[in-house]
Design a binder for this molecule. Structure first.
Ligand code: NA7
Length: 860
């Protein structure tokens, strides 16, 4: 018997959307024995492949990989006909999957969710549809896709055109015959680039309105790639697993060849191979550093531009088609079939909107600043309100009645791209903050669905009712997503990844760029740690293990992984001589640091013999005096020399505009405490007396140092104050040693695994100073009299055992009336900020340090 309409239907789960993600979600939820209703706006399954029926619509991931892996039998029963399947074939595949698993019976078609409200007392979502249905459910899962909300035409006069208007994203099901027509296509993203060659075949005249030229490589479509088919035939499970743990969701061998250092022959060979292969992840893997290093990126970009120039006969048109305003890969690159060749056809015209912008769409056609065009049809290939559009449009409001749209007004905020605070039991599949559009979608979808299914199963088994991320975990994840993007070139582009294509949309990097593998690892760890960062409630239960799953800068983590893999012996197990030799070898492999105006070596008369120094003069006019900074290298008083900190000194010099003089003080164990500190003080006195010869402005002298070098710099300031001179304008102390007490929490938290370990610090102290001397202010400046010292900039790193003593020194200086600028190197280790040219995330910290150094001196 039918229920009366007024009684809402009840389900365990409502899923919005029946594309790749919604279908698999339904399958997994059924496996758990949950009651499910899938609501789908379209008339059938397919999601993006239901709607995007424009001519030439194809996937841009090889079909060997753009496919479900959860059902081995399905993989046997379905064979793709091409390397890149067309939209009709992919839609057919999804229909086949739906039929094979009898999924349609739980899907309601032509039903759009119009609102969703969390009912806190009932602990249920109340979902309403455009058909007036009300459904109650415990869990609400948005499987609405990343590129499903077409961008509304944002062109003046768009409604006025009297001819036919088509959107690639809503192409008529019955198809369109453009034979003999005058057609305009606006937009040259994937949809434009795929459809233009086919529209050109029909149209009498085709005019393409291009705002931004796009990078595109030939798809070389044909049979599925033999190498991938062979690997799949050999061991399907191994192949699928390799995809799951790859960076992009397609198994490839990531190169370690750097664009900057590769020979011309290697560059050419790698590029041509990728061009011939015709795969996105191949062309994005020509060089290991093309995504982060502008110079490496330029090499690939220029080679693509060369190809465009070689294809398109008219040099002016070729140039207009060459992308130059964004780095390759920072906007979604395209795969095409005869795209650039199309512009050689006599009836095809390119209008460069950068030169002649559209003034208005008129009844007859399109008017640009220079010309009026008449058309029979206009095709909008203008893209989507990507990643967030469909989510906010579905009008969900959480516990406090705040809608997703309101919560995300300044940009999306999620935990793992899966959930968002204030919205209990509300999941997003491939949401913002997950790899999604930067990956092979099918792999990312399966991962998300499996994680959500595992979560719901766990909740059922544990008798829990609600799950919601904590504010701390969510803020931490958002930060991590942005940290991952910040070290790449991606944020420099006006892309839909950045929300830049939709007027008024906040500019935030939307997907997670850390990789499918890194992302999967994070999700797995969250679950394994008892759902870290989630609050779970049930009858008589309220549990929360709060925390942030990734606090380290992504490139710092990579360096640690690399060093662990290299298997370097712990320094403290070596003799001082062997440790020095090992560091000298590793220093040779580093990038040299920035260019400066001049570098000269010399010697300083020290308290007992000469001390070598290296002077760095900033670029610019060689005459003219500059502020002077005496720098002392790190290395626990045992290691280090003028070479060890050379890149950092160059960086400090270039950023601050000061003359930097790096001094090689005497080392332990050959000469122990207090030699290093006395040398540092002597060097400062000498620099003050010889400022002009060094190119320094008399009286404008600062000290700087890293680690043990910061220790002797701090001591030099105390000695100078005690000796009533010289005057020191400021002290820059980067991750300083200021105490020998190893009981502070940062030692407990970071004493192992972050390069500078507790064991290594003990080794340093044992080499440098007798236990009886370690409380002496010349060894532990924290114990000195801090009044009247120069203003300070102190840098502390999150993952440094010395973090807390750095903070303690800052607080103690402040208490003594000394102005202090405390710079937190978020997500860094003791060493990573100094890794110039290696750890990209250290650059903003060093920029702040450079600024602080400059601030020690009067404005020039
Ligand atoms: P895209 O990649 O967002 O491309 C849209 C194109 O439309 C792009 O060239 C835009 O130029 C252009 N556009 C957008 N608005 C305008 C206006 N107002 N005037 C002129 N030109 C405009 O969408 P697609 O559908 O092609 O592809 C989306 C994804 O689907 C694709 O990346 C694949 O992952 C699958 P712009 O670059 O913004 O200057």
């Amino acid at each position: 018997m039918n229920k009366p309409a007024s009684v809402p239907e009840q389900f365990d789960v409502v899923v919005a959307g029946a594309g790749f993600s919604g279908l698999y979600m339904l399958y997994r939820l059924r496996q758990l024995g949950l009651s499910v209703k899938v609501l789908e706006s379209a008339g059938d399954v397919g999601g993006t492949w239901y709607w995007n029926r424009y001519p030439g619509a194809r996937c841009d991931i090889p079909t060997t990989d753009y496919t479900y892996s959860f059902d081995p039998e399905l993989e046997k029963e379905w064979t793709w006909s091409e390397k890149y399947a067309t939209q009709p074939e992919i839609l057919e595949y999804l229909r086949f999957v739906a039929d094979r698993h009898g999924l349609r019976s739980d899907i309601e078609f032509s039903a759009t969710v119009t609102s969703a409200r969390w009912d806190e007392p009932e602990k249920r979502w109340r979902i309403t549809t455009d058909g007036g249905q009300e459904i109650r459910c415990r869990y609400y899962i948005m499987a609405t896709g990343c590129l499903s909300m077409p961008k509304s035409p944002d062109i003046e006069g768009a409604g006025r055109f009297a001819g036919q208007v088509y959107f690639t994203s809503r192409w008529p099901h019955e198809g369109v015959d453009l034979t003999g027509q005058r057609v305009a296509v606006i937009g040259t993203g994937s949809s434009g680039i795929q459809s233009i060659p086919l529209i050109a075949r029909q149209a009498r005249r085709l005019t393409v309105f291009q705002r931004t030229p796009n990078f595109s490589i030939p798809a070389h479509n044909g049979p599925a790639p033999a190498d991938r088919l062979e690997r799949l035939a050999e061991d399907r499970d191994e192949y699928r697993d390799a995809a799951r743990w790859s960076r992009g969701g397609v198994p490839i061998d990531p190169t370690d060849i750097l664009g900057g250092t590769a020979s011309e022959a290697v560059r050419r060979e790698r590029f041509e191979a990728a061009w011939a292969q015709g795969e996105l992840f191949g062309i994005l893997n020509v060089f290991a550093d093309q995504g982060v290093n502008p110079a490496a990126n330029d090499i690939v970009a220029e080679m693509i531009r060369e190809k465009i120039r070689s294809i398109v006969t008219d040099p002016g048109i070729a140039e207009a088609l060459c992308p130059k305003d964004h780095y390759f890969g920072t906007k979604r690159p395209c795969l095409d079939t005869g795209y650039f060749e199309t512009y050689d056809l006599p009836h095809v015209q390119l209008v460069d909107l950068r030169k002649q912008p559209i003034v208005s769409i008129t009844e007859e056609g399109i008017e640009t600043a220079d010309e009026s065009f008449g058309f029979d049809a206009i095709v909008y290939a203008t893209g989507f309100d990507a990643m967030t559009g469909a989510l906010v449009a579905a009008d969900a409001a959480g516990r406090d009645g705040v809608s997703l749209k309101e919560k995300w007004a300044a940009g999306p905020s999620t935990y793992l791209g899966l959930m968002t605070t204030g919205f209990p039991n509300f999941f997003m599949l491939t949401g913002p903050g997950s790899p999604s559009v930067l990956s092979n979608m099918t792999v990312s979808i399966e991962q998300h669905v499996d994680w959500v299914a595992g979560c719901l199963e766990n909740m059922r088994d544990e008798g829990l009712e609600t799950i919601e991320p904590t504010a701390l975990a969510e803020a931490g994840w958002n930060q991590h997503v942005q940290d991952c993007a910040a070290i790449t070139l991606h944020p420099t582009a006006n892309s839909w990844y950045m929300g830049a294509n939709v007027p008024g949309k906040p500019r935030v990097f939307l997907p997670y760029i850390g990789g499918v593998n890194a992302y999967r690892q994070a999700c797995d760890e969250v679950a394994a740690q008892g759902y870290l960062g989630f609050r779970l409630t049930g009858p008589g239960e309220d549990r929360c293990r709060d925390g942030v799953i990734r606090r380290m800068q992504p490139d710092v983590a990579m360096v640690l992984e690399f060093m662990a893999a290299a298997g370097m012996p712990p320094l403290e197990t070596l003799s001082a001589a062997d440790a020095r030799a090992l560091l000298a070898v590793t220093a040779e492999a580093r990038p040299p640091g920035p260019e400066v105006g001049e570098v000269t070596d010399g010697v300083i008369p020290g308290p007992s013999g000469h001390l070598p120094y290296r002077l760095y003069r900033p670029a610019g006019p060689s005459e003219g005096l500059r502020p002077l900074v005496m720098y002392f290298h790190g290395g626990g008083w045992v290691l280090g020399n003028l070479d060890s900190d050379d890149p950092l000194c160059r960086d400090l010099c270039a950023r601050s505009g000061a003359v930097v003089v790096s001094v090689n003080y005497r080392h332990a164990p050959e000469v122990r405490f207090p030699a290093a500190a006395l040398d540092a003080f002597a060097a400062v006195q000498w620099a003050d007396a010889n400022a002009i010869e060094l190119g320094g402005i008399p009286g404008q002298l600062a000290v700087a140092g890293w680690s043990a070098g910061a220790n002797v710099a701090a001591v030099a300031c105390q000695l100078a104050r005690g000796a009533e001179g010289p005057h020191i304008s400021g002290q820059l102390l980067v991750c300083p040693v200021v105490d020998s007490d190893m009981t502070r929490p940062s030692y407990t938290e970071n004493g192992d695994g972050y390069i500078l370990t507790t064991a290594l610090m003990r080794w340093f102290w044992d080499h440098y100073a007798d236990p009886a001397d370690r409380g002496d202010p010349r060894a532990a400046p924290l114990h000195g009299n801090l009044e009247g010292l120069p203003e300070a900039c102190i840098v502390t790193a999150d993952f440094d055992p010395l973090r807390d003593e750095g903070v303690a020194y800052a607080r103690a200086l402040e208490a003594a009336g000394v102005p202090v600028r405390l710079v937190r190197a978020r997500g860094h280790t003791h060493t990573s900020v100094t890794m110039v040219g290696v750890v990209i995330s250290g650059a903003p910290v060093r920029a702040e340090i450079g600024e602080a150094l400059g601030d020690f001196f009067p404005a020039p």
